[in-house]
Design a protein around this ligand. Structure first.
Ligand SMILES: [Zn+2]
Length: 396
């Protein structure tokens, strides 16, 4: 009988304890540091349980407890030990590769980005990533064994079942490749992959304009348009990993043909190709999105007009999103976010016009605060939120 008693069954004391440990660790990982009262609030555990778990984690060296004050009262601030492990973030864009290394206490230890050729093969891309990760690791002074995991961002939806890039129209050299598997093989480290919009949402949630919120949408407008949805503190991906494809809601059934095969998708009216197409005749063929934003800010009427029109179209999509999900905040990312109120005001006007008043009443539409770093920081946050805590847990 005794051997049976020691087997861990779901719902047993020890598995419950372990689940509580993991909840506490995850809450601290996502926030960077929390007081014990904040841990109790965000995990729903009692103050006594939190206190016991924190003591256990502290004795094992997993967390560090420092005295602090909260609302004028003495409190204990809990953060993960700086040497509990490190995480690596990799962001693969259309034209850039960005890598960051951080510790579990939310400090970025090293970060670098370099341009890549859009048409480069996946093999070349992975090779460059391998080199950059090795170089940055060396800068931090940590050995590879300290890496808990790698978060990888790619510009397209990931098929949940195969782990392969769902859309091949974005990165032509990556057809049929399962990026997480391939990078994991090369680095000898566990790799988690997600699309850039989801990582942007996670980055802003943990480090930027979404801090402290549990319901938000991050809308990335660049070559394509995608949304990362955070619902009740978690990224919502849907069973197939396709949630958030806001760029393909239909605005005009008779509109231009989209790369998805449909007609009149939002993306065909607000994507970089459309914007540049409208302006190239008047402003020259070597126009780029950063240049359009710069010209608009200097008062160029044509660029201002196009950005305002695009803002109104994005706003229509955002209004639909509000009616469906009622987020607290919509965060705009990507090239166009740099235009600030020139694009945000028209978005807000469309939301005011098309969203149900109660769905938009508490909504704020803001630019991201992380700029081009949102995805790579989100890749760090992905590892912190989703990696199994088994490495960091004290052994019972
Ligand atoms: Zn489409």
């Amino acid at each position: 009988m005794e051997t049976i008693m020691s087997v861990e069954t779901p719902g047993s004391q020890s598995s419950l304890h372990r689940a509580n440990l993991e909840r506490v660790l995850r809450a601290v990982r996502m926030a960077g540091s929390l007081t014990q009262a904040e841990i109790a609030r965000s995990t729903g555990l009692s103050a006594a349980t939190v206190s016991n778990i924190v003591r256990e984690l502290s004795e094992a060296g997993t967390v560090v407890v420092t005295p602090t004050s909260s609302g004028g009262r003495r409190a204990r601030s809990v953060s993960l030990s700086a040497d509990a492990g490190i995480v690596v973030g990799v962001d693969f864009g259309h034209s850039h590769l960005r890598v960051a290394i951080g510790n579990l206490a939310h400090r970025v230890l090293a970060e670098e980005s370099e341009p890549i050729d859009t048409d480069a093969s996946a093999d070349q891309g992975f090779g460059r990533t391998e080199q950059l990760v090795a170089r940055l690791l060396e800068q931090t002074g940590f050995p590879a064994e300290k890496v808990i995991g790698v978060g990888l961002g790619v510009p397209g939806p990931i098929d949940v079942e195969t782990g392969a890039l769902g859309s091949t129209a974005i990165l032509p050299g990556w057809t049929g490749i399962a990026p997480a598997k391939e990078l994991s093989r090369r680095l000898g480290m566990p790799v988690l992959v997600d699309n850039d919009a989801n990582l942007g949402a996670l980055g802003e949630l943990v480090w930027g304009a979404g801090r402290g919120l549990s319901d938000l949408a991050y809308i990335k407008v660049s070559s394509g348009v995608g949304a990362g949805l955070v619902i009740s503190g978690q990224i919502y991906r849907g069973p197939g990993g396709t949630a958030g494809e806001i760029g393909h809601i239909t605005l005009d059934e008779a509109g231009p043909v989209c790369r998805c095969g449909n007609r009149g998708c939002l993306e065909t009216f607000v994507g970089a190709r459309h914007i540049l197409g409208l302006l190239q005749q008047s402003h020259g063929v070597d126009l780029t999105m950063p240049k359009v934003v710069q010209l608009a800010q200097r008062g160029d009427l044509g660029c201002r007009r196009v950005i305002a029109d695009v803002g109104r179209q994005i706003g229509t999509g955002v209004a639909n999103l509000c009616n469906l999900l009622n987020p607290r905040r919509v965060i705009l990312g990507g090239d166009l976010a740099e235009a600030g109120d020139l694009v945000l005001d028209p978005i807000r006007e469309s939301v005011a016009r098309y969203a149900i008043p109660s769905a938009a009443r508490q909504l704020s539409v803001v630019p991201g605060t992380l700029g081009g770093r949102a995805e790579v920081l989100g890749a760090l946050a992905l590892v912190m939120s989703e990696m199994s805590d088994s490495n960091a847990l004290p052994t019972a």
